[in-house]
Design a protein around this ligand. Structure first.
Ligand code: NAD
Length: 250
């Protein structure tokens, strides 16, 4: 029987792939046999990561639709297809909501929601033309619960929207061969959580709130994405796979 988890012969693009969860996802996709394009705003780190993984690099700022359109065009021109798109670029901003500026609200929504939509649209258009493809958006447990003790309403709202955007696009595109799913991690040890892990109160709340009593390593998120990208998930669309060490059970 053919291995349903293999990605041999597939081309994948990972936004926010330079570091953290995105880099681990890029590695997981490479290990499963895909030709991978690491896509990031940070060209220096992105190129180094791509080189280390035996992947390719393409620069893009996901907040600019022309930039992500061009990155998808580059992948299609270079590799002839785009089979897997992982829309993972994201930022967090922790600030009390009553003092959150318009600019900071917009900045978070712009990367975490606009960026995911622009990336889905760019990849989806191509995948609908070829009649196949798998899109995986990085959501968060923050799309299901409001984190504590740190304030991050813009982030939480954007992630809830990503989960619902995923379902909406799955409803539109699945009968034309394009599956759309999301993966929602709990706390993962990356640059994004460094500030919280260095804060005693936050770290204690995060670990106490996680039944497994620890944060994840980025490599523990990647297999969920590889699964959704592959034929093993051929009947999965519009689903959100929560990988959170149990945080959302309490
Ligand atoms: P990270 O900060 O380590 O990496 C984020 C990457 O995204 C960086 O390489 C950065 O350069 C890139 N990026 C930022 N803005 C961009 C833009 N406008 N265009 C292109 N690339 C851009 O963060 P991470 O922890 O690896 O987070 C990856 C994703 O996982 C994010 O969507 C985040 O919200 C989500 N997430 C993280 C955690 C966690 O605990 N770390 C938990 C749940 C969800």
């Amino acid at each position: 029987m053919t291995n349903p988890y293999t990605l041999e012969g597939r081309t994948a693009l990972v936004t926010g792939g330079a570091q953290g969860i995105g880099a681990a996802i890029a590695k997981g996709l490479c290990d499963a046999g895909a030709r991978v394009f690491v896509c990031d705003l940070d060209a220096d780190v992105g190129k180094a990561t791509a080189e280390q993984l035996g992947a390719e690099f393409v620069a893009a700022d996901v907040t600019d639709s022309t930039s992500i359109d061009a990155a998808v065009d580059h992948v299609v021109q270079t590799a002839d297809s785009l089979d897997v798109a992982v829309n993972n670029a994201g930022i967090v901003h922790n600030h009390p909501s009553e003092h959150l500026s318009d600019e900071d609200w917009r900045r978070v929504l712009s990367v975490n929601l606009d960026g995911v939509f622009y990336s889905c649209r760019a990849a989806g258009k191509r995948m609908l033309e070829q009649g196949s493809g798998s899109i995986i958006n990085t959501g968060s447990m923050s799309g299901h619960i409001a984190n504590r003790p740190q304030p991050q309403s813009a982030y939480n709202a954007a992630k809830a929207a990503v989960v619902h955007l995923t379902k909406s696009l799955a409803g539109e595109w699945s009968d034309r061969g394009v599956r759309v799913n999301s993966v929602s991690p709990g706390y993962v040890g990356t640059e994004l959580t460094k500030r919280g892990m260095n804060n005693d109160e936050w770290r204690r709340a995060w670990l106490d709130g996680t039944p497994m009593g620890r944060v994840a390593e980025p490599r523990e998120i990647a297999p969920a994405v590889v699964f959704l990208a592959s034929e093993a998930a051929s009947f999965c669309t519009g689903t959100d796979l929560v990988v959170d060490g149990g945080y959302t059970v309490w």
